[in-house]
Design a protein around this ligand. Structure first.
Ligand SMILES: *Cc1c(COP(=O)(O)O)cnc(C)c1O
Length: 370
């Protein structure tokens, strides 16, 4: 055994503990305030959070919900998407995206991705049929999709656009924020996200008053005026406690993003020429929910890094249309995604990493390929 320090070294993919004493006290005070006023569901903090998030994305309305999954499902329901309809989405996302479509009774159609891992607008255009009702792009890894192209395609074909911005709070494209493009946009604030609560939560945004009214009803059993049910739905309300936590954390989200971008720039520099690193084109502002590299000999690299105490993740090892539920009937076209899904690897890039951590990860990856 070499007795060197590297054997002790651990680089965690994520660390959700709140260790900073100031931040911890601030959260505890916010929770205390909710316990004292007692409006535990849809309390005043929820309204404040909704208006703050709507403002930050230049939107008229925001509706707080239980999760990003609920946000997507309720968004599609609010647009009256259902059986017989097709919704075109990307092949590569967390399964919640396809599930939201399938749960409405509509059929997900899976488009290909480009090398930036985001949906390929050309592939979307080729998959449109008379049944297509909507496009559901996912701003994957925290990079906004080619929204100008996608919005043009949607407009040409009279399709609605629902953004899955779960990974992209704070990201932008040509000066426009993630969540500001589609007829409806969805966020997740689960604890893993760049802007995350201390539990499950999500948000749906829109400028359309009628869609907003429907979202508010669908969020709580499809009811209006307290007790009148206009359509069956789930209970998808957000907890006041999570909203209180998010209001506190919103103050720091720009710092978190800044730090993640700094870490990404160190990786870009250190790993250039060794693996394929994420690129940012002019006008793109990515938030690096994940820092996803594309590599050869992936499983050997994972084992090598694990031995060095470095935790990695494959997000996600299966395309959505490769999942058991979807694969037999999966519609779409996604050959580039099938190639890329074998090569993607997320390395630690959370804001708690030090420069020394990043340099260590770089050194270990370079060491593997030398
Ligand atoms: C996290 C995530 C979701 C689901 O959000 P939850 O809050 O976990 O339900 C949906 N889509 C994408 C792309 C995600 O990353």
């Amino acid at each position: 055994m070499r007795g060197d320090l590297d054997l002790e070294r651990r680089v965690a993919f994520l660390d959700l503990r709140v260790n900073d004493e100031g931040a911890r006290q601030e959260l505890l005070a916010a929770i205390e305030a909710v316990l004292r006023h007692g409006r535990l569901v849809l309390g005043p903090e929820v309204q404040e959070l909704e208006s703050r998030i709507a403002d930050s994305c230049n939107r008229k309305h925001a509706v707080g919900v239980n999760s990003g999954t609920d946000a997507l499902f309720l968004a599609l329901k609010a647009l009256q998407i259902g059986p017989g309809d097709e919704v075109i989405t990307t092949a590569l996302s967390w399964i919640a995206t396809a599930n939201a479509i399938a749960l409405t009774g509509a059929t997900p159609v899976f488009a290909d991705i480009r090398d930036d891992l985001n949906i390929d607008p050309d592939s979307v255009a080729r998959l449109i049929t008379p049944r297509t009702k909507a496009i559901l792009p996912v701003h994957y890894t925290g990079k906004v999709c080619q929204m100008t192209e996608l919005m043009r395609i949607a407009e040409q074909h009279g399709l609605m656009v629902v953004e899955d911005a779960a990974q992209a709070f704070g990201a932008s494209h040509d000066g426009r924020k993630a969540g500001s493009f589609g007829l409806v946009a969805c966020f997740s604030m689960n604890p893993m996200k760049v802007f995350g609560a201390c539990g499950e939560s999500g948000m749906v945004l829109t400028d359309d008053d009628a869609v907003y009214e429907r979202l508010v009803a669908l969020r709580y059993g499809g009811t209006v005026n307290r007790e009148v049910c206009i359509e069956p739905s789930i209970n998808g309300r957000i907890d006041t406690l999570q909203a209180a936590v998010l209001l506190k954390r919103m103050k720091y989200v720009d710092d978190v993003i800044k730090r993640r971008r700094e870490i990404a720039s160190w990786y870009n520099e250190g790993l250039s020429g060794v693996v394929d690193t994420p690129k940012e084109a002019d006008g793109e502002f990515d938030v690096y929910y994940t820092y996803t590299i594309r590599v050869d000999r992936r499983s050997d690299l994972i084992a090598h890094l694990q031995e060095k105490g470095i935790e990695t993740k494959i997000q996600h090892p299966y395309l959505m249309p490769q999942q058991p539920y979807y694969r037999d009937a999966a519609r779409g076209s996604f050959s580039n995604a099938e190639r890329l899904v074998e090569r993607i690897l997320c390395i630690p890039a959370n804001e708690k990493l030090t420069r020394a951590d990043v340099e260590y990860v770089v050194e270990c990856i370079r060491g593997f390929y030398n």
